[in-house]
Design a protein around this ligand. Structure first.
Ligand code: FE2
Length: 288
């Protein structure tokens, strides 16, 4: 095609594909070009605005390191990460939610009844539940990779004062599919907003906060691995998570328990004199 116009440029783009282009690559790239072209036509994109976009992407590339992934953050605050999660979530299983950038590999084993709180300040939170399949049968030997913020709102990978495995643990469910551990209540925190993605949030009049949560990766032989989070129902940011991660079935009540009622069977049994909170979070895994 020699004469390219604003109306036929999308078709010309598609016509330029080579005959041996992988069909999925063709489908994704053609749709991407169609939406980008429609976007530019719809908003009548100016040169100045296009330059702002190019500058944004350049700055996002410049600030990105192995520890700071600005493009993942961009995807998160635009809702794309959560949309991809929801497109591939199994309706009868527990909802998936964003992985986020703070998971660390090789988490230390955490025995059932173990503790992640250690010497950190804060009220003890007892977390327990059962991992089941979509028929309701408990899954013994399921692996739960669990992580969260310290009480200062930072993950271990963001905080030089924490050991890299602080508030990370790998638990294996018992013969009844049960798991249980103690920790401190996670806190609400802000996504990094000192880079170009922060500029987008400010330009849109948005805040950078996420409601507090525990992260889980649940896996078991013969089942789809589930990446998810659990949120307390009283968090002020529950209805405005800046990365769109909240789903109804992931919101749980943290029940306040009175002083003197801490149960047996935990590393902290006999050591918790004051009140503590308790949350039940069952997970349902889809068959692979
Ligand atoms: Fe998180």
């Amino acid at each position: 095609m020699r004469t390219v116009t604003k109306d036929n440029i999308t078709d010309v783009f598609t016509a330029y594909f080579g005959d041996d282009t992988d069909p999925r690559v063709r489908e994704v790239l053609a749709a991407l070009a169609r939406h980008i072209h429609d976007f530019a036509r719809e908003v009548n994109l100016t040169h100045e605005e296009w330059n702002v976009g190019i500058d944004f992407l350049t700055r996002a590339g410049d600030i990105t390191t192995p520890e700071r992934q600005e493009f993942v953050l961009l995807s998160d605050v635009m809702g794309l990460s959560s949309l991809v999660d929801m497109l591939h979530s199994t309706p009868e299983a527990t909802s998936s939610s964003v992985l986020g950038p703070f998971h660390v590999s090789n988490p230390p084993p955490l025995a059932i009844g173990g503790d992640m709180k250690g010497d950190f300040e804060g009220e003890v939170l007892l977390v327990e539940g059962t991992v089941r399949d979509t028929d309701g049968a408990p899954i013994a030997g399921a692996k739960l990779d669990i992580w969260q913020t310290a009480p200062n709102g930072l993950y271990s990978s963001q905080d030089e004062n924490q050991h890299i495995h602080s508030f990370h643990g790998l638990m294996t469910t018992d013969e009844n599919g049960r798991y249980a551990f103690t920790t401190v209540r996670p806190v609400s925190y802000t996504v990094p907003d000192d880079g170009p993605v922060g500029d987008i949030l400010r330009a849109a009049g948005r805040h950078p906060w996420r409601p507090s949560h525990l992260h889980y990766i649940a896996s078991a032989d013969g089942h789809k691995t589930l990446v998810t989070e659990v949120f307390p129902d009283d968090d002020p940011y529950l209805d405005q998570d800046t990365v769109f991660g909240v789903r109804d079935d992931l919101v749980m009540t943290y029940v306040e328990e009175p002083a003197g009622s801490f149960p047996d069977g935990f590393d902290l049994s006999g050591k918790v004199d004051g009140p503590y909170s308790r949350v039940d979070f069952d997970l349902v895994l889809a068959k692979a």
